[in-house]
Design a protein around this ligand. Sequence first.
Ligand SMILES: [Zn+2]
Length: 291
Amino acid sequence: MPELPEVQTVVDSLRRLLFQTKRPPAIKRVLHLRDDIVKPPAGCDLRRTLAGCRILDVTRRAKRIIFTLDDNRQFFIHLGMTGRLTVETADATVRPHTHFIGELSDRRQLRFVDPRRFGRITWLGACDRTDDGKIGPEPLTIRASELEDRLKKTKRAIKTALLDQKLIAGIGNIYADEAMFSAGIHPLKLANELSGDEVRRLTIAMKKVLRRAIKHKGSTLRDYVNAEGQRGGFQLLHRVYAREGEPCVVCKSPISRIVLGGRSTHFCANCQRERGAGVSTAKVKRGRGAT
Ligand SMILES: [Zn+2]
């Protein structure tokens, strides 16, 4: 599933592709739209609403790709698990599972493809509801003190807490595992039992891992590509994620994998000591089958 670095990479590439000239591009017309990917379902006629609108800006908040139109109305696209948002020439082959094609004023097309259909186009209209209280602060700018306040309020394992989008936005399975390894924190340690020093290390590690991943255009494990159709490269630099049994890059111990809340969790039991961890690994299911 695309996480913050992948979504930021899509936004960066969209900006490069869309704003090449001084005049912002317009969506001339909607050539194709699968209605059941639009939220709210009866909120607006997106085909009519978007026709003729200029795209003034494309930004990111959490994992949302926000389009601001010339009349300041907004909509956002969430890539879900397998979504791709690309800008292509009109003669490029239309992939299966293409749910939206917007023809741009320069004849190129903005296309949204999503085989598993967890992705959505959400129409916001004129009111600024991109921050609707359902998403937490951005990990690239959060201060350690704010993260500490938020973690103090939950007794869940730190790994589970980091995946909670209301607690902190944009972090998924890959970057939670990578950040905890970087900070030397065991994934089962209870969030409210992290020391101030551990939260500071985690805040720094999170920012470092996310910035590096953005620099390498995200991680492509299966479907994810940027708006130019290019794969990311950060998967080659993962230090724990999907490296079960391989030697730790620091101490050479084999990387462990457990299943926590239905999600695979990768860590080095030597570099991320369990001492003080709130949940015993013995109680956590081991094995395959989780993503
Ligand atoms: Zn290690």
